[in-house]
Ligand binder design. Structure first.
Ligand code: SPV
Ligand code: MG
Length: 669
């Protein structure tokens, strides 16, 4: 869209300020004049061409504007009769340059906030800037609004008129009508009136809607008093704190553009989401917090970078009390909706406002995200992340996965509650579920080659860290090989249990004959594994079966000391009792002499205990070891039974996911 800026007037009311140069060259801030600000704003908003009418000091104005070097095509049209005519005649002089398209029309002494210009440009209809918040001025423009349209514009209207400013966005038809009226006026010699008189005569053929800028800045500078008031407002706007938060690892052109727009609203403070908060709602950040912070600190126009520690804005908004929060409008729907609602409530309390820019889905960004995901699934990157998470979070959660689809559920399931997003941190490759999926008992019958194939299948479609259930670890001679294989694959941890001989699932307890290894033998296995491993990231976690085999907390503690002494990177304490008392007794006593070794629990039996309680008691990893398998099987059985009973599939349909959903469940990349 083309802009038309009217600068042919003498600006006499400015006194000496317009004595040697056009009024529009008056400085309104230490760095900008009225016209420099207008032209910058236009080019920043995507306007490519401006037609400027000139009067006195035409050459000086043209030279000045061109020297600004803005990416705008500039055309200057001189009104030779500027001293005796009004701007209606300047428009008439420029008419040949203004035909055939819509126009953004403004007076050369108008100063406005970007939001006003942006809204005008975004309007689907022709608009004129009006304010319902400001009292109608005595001398300046007012508009009469009738049936939602601008019916008359002038300085002498009073009854029911609202404040108006000479900033119009005119669609081609409306502009053509008005321009035609201007030509008729001028050709009839009526050159000493406002162009709006021609508009008023044609008003019933135009559809110009009021664009209410409320209390935002949009004002003409006619006098030195106006200048002082506008300059003070601009200073205020510049100081206004504008906040926006990013979770991204890469800053691309879309982010720069939105920051540039945000910066125009005031002093931009950028929040960078903490690693933990990013990991909780999106995926693990590839670039750690400190580097992300540095990234934003080095972006022009960002005045300060702060850490936002949670997805909820509540704490940071209460601390910073920004006048404006900026966000893409994509958060109006979906998981972030409650977070937006909370932001709106706090801003209402604090007298701030939310500005939302249209969110554009960026194909390039999707590609970057896909590449990041690939990177997150690389062995070195994935392996290290369990330790990273343990250092970041008081409690890490893992859920079982036994094939690609359960891996995807572990990867992608997110719930948002009370301004927080929750997802699982890691995956547990359970021997029970891997065996069950193959219709086999959990007795180390599914051998390590098969288990590794399952691990690989899951890893192919996920990025989260994997903890592998290593059963007894097998023979020491085999275990050391397996440790290296797991490391190479990018598995983060293996948990081996201190049993020997034919292992049966622990949840049988003493009902099945099971033998516990001696603490010395098992410690030796751990030591051999630790010596074999090549990276520092990989973890060998020792699982103590003393409580399962009813040997008591004392035996478990003895073993815990031996295993950590042998280099175990974590202790898993298991129990099949509903009552967690024994588990908690172990944890308390263990923590009395070991504050840091991570403790793992599998609350299949003691499932009533919450994560908050585990964390409070000093437990670091909670594994939900079999819930996906146990929930899927009854559903499958029920569908199978229903079909058999009804001898058709209709009744089973309501138990099933729609075909459309299953086809799109896994998008093609
Ligand atoms: C598994 O999930 O295979 C486990 C945990 O080893 S448990 O079944 O509780 O023994
Ligand atoms: Mg197992």
């Amino acid at each position: 869209m083309k802009a038309l800026i009217l600068n042919s007037g003498a600006g006499r009311r400015m006194g000496p300020l317009s004595g040697e140069r056009p009024k529009c060259m008056t400085e309104i801030s230490p760095t900008e004049s009225i016209i420099a600000r207008q032209l910058r704003q236009l080019s920043e908003c995507g306007v490519e061409e401006a037609v400027i009418t000139t009067g006195p000091f035409a050459a000086a104005l043209e030279g000045y504007c061109r020297a600004l070097g803005l990416p705008l095509r500039l055309t200057f049209v001189h009104n030779p009769r500027w001293a005796e005519t009004n701007y209606i005649y300047s428009i008439y002089c420029a008419r040949e340059r203004l035909r055939g398209e819509g126009i953004l029309l403004m007076h050369g002494d108008l100063v406005f906030e970007e939001s006003v210009l942006e809204e005008a440009l975004a309007a689907k209809t022709s608009v004129m800037a009006v304010s319902s918040a400001l009292p109608p001025p005595q001398k300046d423009f007012k508009a009469v609004i009738r049936e939602g349209r601008v019916a008359r514009v002038g300085v002498d209207l009073f009854d029911g008129a609202v404040t108006a400013q000479p900033l119009y966005k005119l669609l081609e038809d409306d502009w053509k009508t008005w321009l035609g009226g201007i030509a008729e006026f001028c050709e009839a010699g009526r050159t000493d009136c406002y162009a709006e008189e021609a508009l008023n005569e044609a008003a019933d053929r135009c559809r110009i809607m009021p664009l209410d800028f409320g209390g935002a800045l949009c004002a003409e500078i006619d006098t030195p008093q106006d200048l002082a008031a506008v300059s003070a407002r601009l200073k205020e706007i510049e100081e206004r704190l504008v906040y926006m938060c990013f979770s991204t690892d890469v800053v691309h052109s879309g982010h720069i553009a939105i920051m540039r727009r945000a910066r125009r609203l005031g002093r931009l403070v950028v929040g960078v989401l903490s690693d933990e908060a990013v990991a909780s709602y999106k995926r693990f950040p590839l670039v750690p917090f400190e580097e992300r912070r540095a990234l934003f600190e080095n972006i022009a126009g960002v005045s300060r970078v702060v850490e936002q520690k949670s997805l909820s804005y509540a704490d940071i908004l209460r601390e910073l009390r920004p006048a404006v929060v900026v966000h893409g409008d994509d958060w109006r729907e979906g998981a972030q909706r409650p977070i937006r609602a909370e932001v709106l409530a706090i801003l209402a309390e604090q007298g701030g406002k939310l500005v939302e820019f249209p969110y554009t889905k960026d194909a390039k960004l999707n590609q970057i995200e896909a590449r990041f995901r690939e990177k997150l699934s690389l062995p070195d990157v994935r392996r290290a992340r369990l330790r990273r998470l343990l250092s970041l979070k008081p409690l890490v959660t893992a859920i079982e996965a036994h094939n690609g689809i359960t891996g995807l559920i572990a990867e992608k399931t997110v719930v948002c509650q009370e301004g927080r997003a929750r997802q699982f941190d890691a995956m547990w490759l359970s021997s029970l579920c891997d065996s069950t999926a193959k219709g086999k008992p959990d007795i180390e019958l599914v051998d390590m080659s098969s288990r590794l194939r399952t691990a690989d299948e899951i890893m192919e479609v996920t990025t989260k860290p994997m903890i592998l259930d290593g059963d007894t670890g097998g023979l020491v001679e085999h275990f050391v090989y397996n440790v290296r294989t797991l490391e190479r694959m990018g598995v983060s941890a293996v948990i081996i249990e201190d049993k020997t001989g034919l292992k049966k699932n622990s949840l049988f307890g003493v009902e099945a004959k099971q033998t516990q290894d001696s603490p010395e033998n098992f410690a030796a296995k751990i030591r051999a594994g630790k010596e074999a491993q090549k990276t520092r990231d990989f973890m060998i976690i020792a699982r103590i079966e003393s409580l399962i085999l009813e040997k008591g907390v004392g035996d478990a503690l003895l073993r815990a000391r031996a295993y950590t002494g042998a280099g175990a990177d974590g202790i898993m304490i298991h129990s099949r009792k509903k009552d967690p008392t024994e588990i908690f007794a172990f944890v308390e006593k263990f923590r009395a002499f070991d504050k840091s070794t991570p403790i793992v629990v599998v609350p299949t039996s003691f499932s009533s205990v919450t994560e908050e309680e585990f964390a409070r008691r000093g437990i670091n990893i909670v594994i939900y070891a079999n819930q996906l398998t146990r929930s899927a099987f009854p559903a499958m059985q029920k569908a199978a039974r229903t079909i058999l009973e009804r001898r058709r599939a209709l009744e089973a349909d309501e138990l099933c996911m729609p075909i459309k959903d299953i086809l799109t469940l896994i998008p093609e990349e």
